[in-house]
Design a protein around this ligand. Structure first.
Ligand code: IPD
Ligand code: CA
Ligand code: CA
Length: 265
């Protein structure tokens, strides 16, 4: 299938969904916050955004499956599966912090072949198709050329419901705090990934991630020239929960820092 044919309708749908989220955010009443688990928040905005995406993507690619955060639709043994996070950065959204995104990845078999991440308030639309490069608002993007962690800005996500590996995580963070230009926690893994893809960050790492947090952004990083691995340096980063994404040039150095501490835990 020529993915170029489904790109534009997918971008239009995701932009419309982003506009819906932006609009709902204007007068959002926190009485609408629901709890899925410890510090795991959701609202009708996440759910309705997901419904819009599922309905639209089903028309764009009939017969596809879905791996969607809010459970609107399911996957079986379809060749193509959309992996959807309708609102990545829900906690930010619910607190009116304007960093959140719509993230959609497309799997063909086991391989990510397309990714789209729309950062709603920045109005930045990122996408990539396997083998065709990565783009932001129509311009080709590339990872940063920086080759040392000491010159890098690194993003991460803090543990917020599973605190079992807290000390290990703090050790890794301490190393990056002392040995880089700084650490950032934006609150949206999708945004962390696309910022790595376009060179604002040299790298991003987090654990306890879900496939919908990362599917859209992973291929955008790869197509922008970056490297993505799990914490062992392997390829179990879509469903495996642990992910290190970098500009490629600092990957071994950053991976070493994580590996040395992580697998002792
Ligand atoms: C969350 C964000 C956050 C990350 C969490 C995710 P959500 O997704 O990506 O940055 O630290 O692990 O669950 O819940 O806002 O879609
Ligand atoms: Ca998410
Ligand atoms: Ca979400």
């Amino acid at each position: 299938m020529n993915l170029q044919h489904i790109l534009q309708p997918s971008l239009d749908l995701i932009k419309e969904t982003g506009a819906f989220i932006r609009q709902e955010g204007k007068n959002f009443d926190r009485a609408n916050i629901e709890h899925k688990g410890l510090n795991d928040l959701v609202s009708y905005v996440d759910k309705q955004a997901e419904q819009k995406l599922v309905e639209g993507l089903r028309q764009i690619l009939p017969g596809c499956g879905f791996i969607a955060e809010e459970g609107t639709a399911q996957a079986a043994d379809e060749e193509y599966k959309w992996i959807i996070d309708p609102l990545d950065g829900t906690t930010n959204f619910l607190h009116s912090l304007p960093v959140f995104a719509v993230s959609v990845g497309l799997l063909q078999g086991q391989e990510l072949v397309m990714g789209i991440v729309y950062e709603v308030n920045a109005d930045e639309m990122f996408w990539a198709i396997r083998g065709q490069g990565a783009y932001c608002n129509g311009e080709r993007i590339k990872v940063s050329p920086i080759a040392e962690v000491s010159q890098s800005l690194i993003a991460t996500g803090f543990p917020y419901y599973d605190f079992g590996l807290m000390q290990t995580y703090l050790d890794i963070m301490e190393h990056f705090m002392k040995n880089s230009h700084g650490l950032r926690r934006l609150g949206s893994a999708a945004v962390d990934l696309v910022y790595t893809a376009m060179g604002r960050f040299e790298g991003f790492f987090e654990y306890n991630l879900k496939p919908w947090d990362v599917a859209g952004g992973i291929i955008i990083v790869q197509e922008a020239g970056g490297t993505v691995t799990d914490f062992k340096g392997g390829s179990d980063f879509i469903f495996g929960g642990e992910l290190l994404a970098t500009n490629g040039k600092i990957h071994q150095e950053a991976l070493q820092t994580i590996k040395e501490r992580w697998h002792k835990a």
